[in-house]
Design a protein around this ligand. Structure first.
Ligand code: SAM
Ligand code: DTB
Ligand code: SF4
Length: 334
């Protein structure tokens, strides 16, 4: 398919996506760089072949253990290596987690994602997180956790507890990874993803854009994701929230059109995955978000806060959904 043809309807009458299992950098790069209208037309076509285009899944985050993290991720407010001014806290009590999850469910969220600022969970933490999964599951919500690296045994314990999804992002290209994090490797990330997959938990894996990377790094990140043995069921695309005191506080921001290209490419390369328009929405206009939904994003985080940073909040999002004719996705159709 020649995405640069002047008349796209002639050259891509069916707008078929290329074979999702054989992504090369060249093929992905050609799509990424295609004329914007061709890229969006293809992304929307692929989206409609796989999803109701007017339904968006709602997830809610909770930081169950905040700050004091031994990892040095250059973007993160929670790393003990940076002076972000964030106060560290201990692991939250289970009954508080359940109370927060109940509020989120009653406000319309169907997936509850619990995040901990750990390199990996310690053996002594496992009983408490297992109880949280069981409790949130009992509320009738999908459960998700993001606790850092997992070995196979830990992944199996979480699966037994009923965990539906595990979030573990590759964050950027393998090439750029070392520029952002030094306390673990890209290969460590892939190991955990394999343990999660092998345990039978669904994979939520994406990354951050706007960390000063080159466009090629974004394409490369998506090629890694799309060439995993199975596509992640959820692909969060975060736009960096610059945090004062972190090494990336002054990173060059990504242009909105470039961001939409990443969403569209993720949709085309992983046609059946939920692509989440994730962190960074407070810095986006309604029009930019509308373009992201058109490009195939069909999941967001709802609520006033993400883990530690601000999010638009329910009132703003319901208004935006009303204006766009978008409705929350039912649990049954996810
Ligand atoms: N500690 C666990 C880990 O790193 O896997 C889980 C929590 S961590 C905060 C989850 C993800 O949030 C990161 O992988 C990153 O993609 C995203 N994230 C963290 N800080 C961010 C920021 N300032 N802007 C955008 N995304 C961010
Ligand atoms: C993901 O990809 N984004 C979420 C979730 N997975 C855990 C986290 C975003 C964090 C944004 C910064 C903060 O709240 O500290
Ligand atoms: Fe720790 Fe996760 Fe933040 Fe990295 S992204 S510093 S691992 S909480």
């Amino acid at each position: 398919m020649d995405m640069h043809a002047t008349n796209p309807t002639k050259t891509m009458p069916q707008a078929q996506a290329p074979d999702a299992t054989t992504w090369t950098l060249e093929k992905a790069r050609a799509l990424h760089d295609a004329p914007f209208n061709n890229l969006l037309f293809l992304a929307q076509t692929v989206h409609r072949q796989n999803f109701d285009p007017n339904k968006v899944q709602l997830s809610r985050l909770l930081s169950i253990k905040t700050g004091g993290c031994p990892e040095d991720c250059g973007y993160c407010s929670q790393s003990a290596h940076h002076e972000s001014g964030l106060k560290a806290s201990k692991l939250m009590e289970g009954r508080r987690v359940i109370a927060e999850a109940t509020k989120a469910r009653d406000a319309g969220a169907t997936r509850y994602c619990m995040g901990a600022a750990w390199r990996n969970p310690k053996a002594r933490d496992m009983d408490a997180v297992v109880a949280m999964v069981e409790g949130v599951k009992a509320l009738g919500m999908q459960t998700c956790m993001t606790l850092g690296m997992l070995d196979l045994d830990q992944a199996q314990q979480l699966k037994m507890a009923g965990l539906d999804y595990y979030n573990h992002n590759i964050d950027t290209s393998e090439r750029y990874y070392n520029e952002v994090i030094s306390t673990r490797t890209f290969a460590d990330r892939l190991d955990t993803l394999a343990n999660v997959r092998d345990s039978g938990i669904k994979v939520c894996c994406g990354g951050i854009v706007g960390m000063g990377e080159e466009p090629m790094d974004r394409v490369d990140m998506l090629v890694t994701l799309a060439n995993l043995p199975e596509h992640p069921e959820s692909v969060p695309i975060n736009m960096l929230i610059p945090i004062a005191g972190t090494p990336l506080a002054d990173a060059r921001p990504i242009e909105p059109i470039e961001f939409v290209r990443v969403i569209a490419l993720a949709r085309i390369m992983m046609p059946k995955s939920h692509v989440r328009l994730s962190a960074g929405r407070t810095a986006m206009t309604d029009e930019m978000q509308a373009l992201c939904f058109f490009a195939g994003a069909n999941s967001i985080f709802v609520g006033d806060t993400l883990l530690t940073a601000d999010n638009p909040g329910e009132d703003k999002d319901s208004l935006l959904f009303r204006r766009l004719g978008i409705e929350p996705m039912d649990l049954e159709t996810q």
